[in-house]
Design a protein around this ligand. Sequence first.
Ligand code: FAD
Length: 587
Amino acid sequence: MKTLAKTDVVIVGGGWTGLLMAKELATRTGLSIVVLERGEGRTTESYADDMDEVDYGARLKMMQDASRETVTFRHDTRERALPIRQFSGFLPGTGIGGAGEHWNGVCPRNVPDFFEVLSQTTKKYGAKRLPQDHSIQDWGITYDALEPYYARVDRLLGLSGKAGNLRGQLLEGGNPFEGWRSEEYPNPPAKRTYIASLFQEASQSLGHHPYPIPSAALSRMYTNPDGVTRPACVYCGYCERYGCMIGAKAQPTNTLLPVIATKKSVTIRTGATVRRILRTKNGIASKVTGVQYIGRNGQEYFQPAEIVFLASWTMNNTRLLLLSGIGDPYEPATGSGTLGRNLTHQVFFTAATAFLEKPLNRFMGAGASGTMISDFEGDNFDHRQLPFIRGGFFQALNTGAHPIAEFGTVPNSVKATWGSEWKKAAIEAFDHIARIGFSGEHLAHKGNFLDLDPVYKDANGDPLLRLTLDWQNNEREMAEFATAKAAEIARAMNARHVNVFPGLRTYDTQRYQSTHVQGGTILGTSPETSVVNTLGQHWQADNLFVLGGSAFPQGGSANPTPTILALTYRTADAVVERYLKTRGPLE
Ligand SMILES: Cc1cc2nc3c(=O)[nH]c(=O)nc-3n(C[C@H](O)[C@H](O)[C@H](O)COP(=O)(O)OP(=O)(O)OC[C@H]3O[C@@H](n4cnc5c(N)ncnc54)[C@H](O)[C@@H]3O)c2cc1C
């Protein structure tokens, strides 16, 4: 293994969190920074030809190559885990910008009591209402403490939306259930599509409170506080699974790279797959010394560093710590250990599909152009008579319907599943479909966790990550409730037919249900129950920081990136303002 010249900072992963940390450190300190990214480099220009549904939408050109590295899956410890050969249920990103390049840009914040689910639920309903064998815990950070960081994220991305609660004052047109905001959104809401307006009218007629989805695609030209200017969205309909070819959708390459590119202190190495974080014992306090990676040429390198940031997304963060032997792996049988526990995946499904009379022009739209309601999110509604706790939001989106992925949905009154009758129905339905999606909280459960697979290995010979994951009754009951509510809204949209979600049974790795997978390296206030402190600093190595959704103790209903970026800003502040002076544990 070749040892390279030492750097002050090494960042593993060049996605949203890794590049945000690189930008913050490069603009606020004189530290030398190396970013190691396993995938290829990308720029806005590289997306000029990306509207190719076969390559990008179906063959997942921008995602992790499952033939080189995948994960194994089982529902519980009694099953033997098998490798996922093709990603479907979630889509790990790769390459500069990570999944932040091909995301939708749906950017709600978490509801305030999401950060205190354990204590707030116990206080309001009693401990008996918590699901059996849950492993829910409070974050140790409140919404109020995170709010200033959320506001920085809004400005960084240039979010388009409408505030519903501005410093405690409720505003018409916004989400009345949201946590207070210190500022209005930097940009007005995106254009409202026809589907969104039908959903808006229908949900309003039922007494709900619709509001425009907060979107990372700009509604007008915008210059963010870093001086980066991006143009307004043209609603071309190519966001999810595609990079934005004009840079309207905030992506690490168009929002962070322009700043990083001006800094000589940052080196980005692509084709660099990190395999281990190395550590030495240094008296009582333990430090990491750098990372071992394999380059594009197959050569192994040791990159020594004073500070290591792990920013390789939920699964890779957890896997790298497990492979490196840093932390205590979670043991579900005894409940001991913390590394790998509290794996969650947003409860996400199309609750109702409304078949409408008029054509909807579904070919255009954006990843986040639509309307939401939060009336049934968190504890915004009374759960006393309900068989579950918590909830989620409903949304009607016009993301841009593409012919391969979107063709084939027919009213379930059509009995044919192939042939001319089915084809005719599918063609008729194509531009008349409005989907009402539900995104719910996933509460942590003792049986859901991550560890290393004892059998299967990746192309480099390292054990794959193993997921043990299944739905519990709380999610199943929540889904049933949500489906009934969505069907009600669909009927109020004057649908001529409504298909409803068949229900959550066991966790299905083949149904795409967002890439909002959380947990594994959860944050908290004690090393007994968490892997990192609330600043993302590892309890066992003070110069190792973990960024991203792996830190979430529970899975939120809100899409996670605003919270992930808010946490990253918070860690950056703590490192710049405190850690560089003390070089010790911050909590
Ligand atoms: C299709 C899709 C749609 C989405 N839509 C939304 C949305 O609307 N709203 C929302 O909030 N979120 C959305 N997300 C999720 C969002 O993209 C992630 O929350 C966000 O990108 C997480 O940032 P990250 O830095 O943790 O991980 P990433 O952005 O994925 O970056 C991690 C990087 O680490 C690199 N890496 C991994 N392992 C290694 C290794 N061993 N060595 C070197 N490099 C490594 C990867 O290649 C990758 O580039 C979506 C995701 C997908 C896939």
